[in-house]
Design a protein around this ligand. Structure first.
Ligand code: SF4
Ligand SMILES: [Zn+2]
Ligand SMILES: [Zn+2]
Length: 305
């Protein structure tokens, strides 16, 4: 197929848009999708400083690159999770990108702060590693952004990620999660604004973006992701998408435009119940925040937050 935009030979087909693009026009398409998402959800305002959570994977590195291309002031945050070779390789990729463009990359050692690694967390806290990982990520994304005066934290969740999470929430009618499944969570009550500017772009498109731009990323999935229920949901959605291109984006983007507001009205979280955590000052409904409760379960607690 010819490129939809310039009529040169296309190198990538986007079936849900019934379109093909050449390399340059594909990069333009990705940027425009992100620009549109940022505008539609009022994600970033003029002069704001953005902190992008960088894992070394395709999504977060593409996001950092696109936000810079769109002219935003963006630094990176890398969390060392202590997941063996995977963490070492992902760190190398994040650092390589940052150094190639002389960008600032803030690094935090989650293992040191928790007193145990994410790989060891199932043995110590008797829960899936993704649970301790998610708690740690939420904690550091917010606390590092606040400490360093960033206005907004951006994460690389893409269309496939968000559609799978939505499907899981719908299958369980988890109203609380549905009410918060917005690509832009407002700042306030001790929380910085959190945004997901890649929600209009697929995993495959983010891989293509990195390949065309020559951005090296870690291809290997996190070894802790085995058994993660979102993988099964992604496979189910991919099977549907294969037969009916466009279903995935219609499902997720339709939720945002037609249903999210009604779920928000159903579930109104009472922020007045929040107080500063006794240890780290993060907002929490109990004396200690989830991260500090988690770190107390480890063999030692290191005050390095
Ligand atoms: S798969 Fe789980 S443990 Fe691995 S990075 Fe993702 S959330 Fe963390
Ligand atoms: Zn073109
Ligand atoms: Zn705390």
């Amino acid at each position: 197929m010819k490129c939809k935009r310039c009529l040169e030979p296309g190198i990538i087909d986007i079936r849900r848009h019934n379109a093909s693009f050449c390399g340059d026009c594909f990069l333009h398409y990705c940027k425009e999708q992100v620009r549109k998402t940022i505008k539609e959800h009022s994600m970033i305002f003029d002069g704001e400083k953005v902190l992008v959570a960088v894992s070394g994977g395709k999504d977060s590195l593409a996001l950092w690159d696109i936000l810079l291309e769109l002219g935003y002031e963006v630094d990176g945050l890398y969390l060392a999770l202590g997941i063996g070779q995977y963490s070492q390789d992902s760190h190398a990729m994040a650092l390589k990108y940052a150094q190639s463009k002389s960008l600032k990359l803030i690094e935090k050692d989650v293992q040191q702060a928790l007193g145990f690694s994410i790989s060891d967390s199932p043995r110590i806290v008797k829960r899936a590693p993704c649970s301790a990982c998610g708690t740690s990520k939420r904690h550091f994304f917010n606390s590092v952004a606040l400490e360093n005066n960033y206005d907004v934290v951006a994460t690389g969740h893409n269309l496939d990620d968000e559609a799978a999470v939505l499907m899981g929430n719908v299958l369980r009618w988890d109203l609380s999660s549905l009410s918060r499944q917005s690509p832009c969570l407002a700042a306030g009550n001790g929380f910085v604004r959190k945004i997901k500017p890649l929600v209009r772009l697929s995993e495959r498109e983010m891989a293509a973006y990195c390949i065309i731009k020559g951005i090296d990323y870690i291809v290997q999935e996190c070894p802790m992701s085995k058994g993660n229920r979102h993988i099964g949901l992604k496979e189910a959605l991919n099977a549907i998408e294969d037969r009916s291109p466009g279903t995935k984006s219609a499902f997720y983007l339709g939720f945002l435009s037609k249903a999210l507001d009604s779920f928000k009205q159903e579930e109104n979280f009472d922020f007045t119940t929040l107080q500063p955590c006794k240890v780290c000052k993060s907002p929490t409904p109990s004396e200690l925040c989830a991260f500090c409760r988690l770190s107390k379960k480890g063999p030692s607690v290191v005050n390095n937050r």
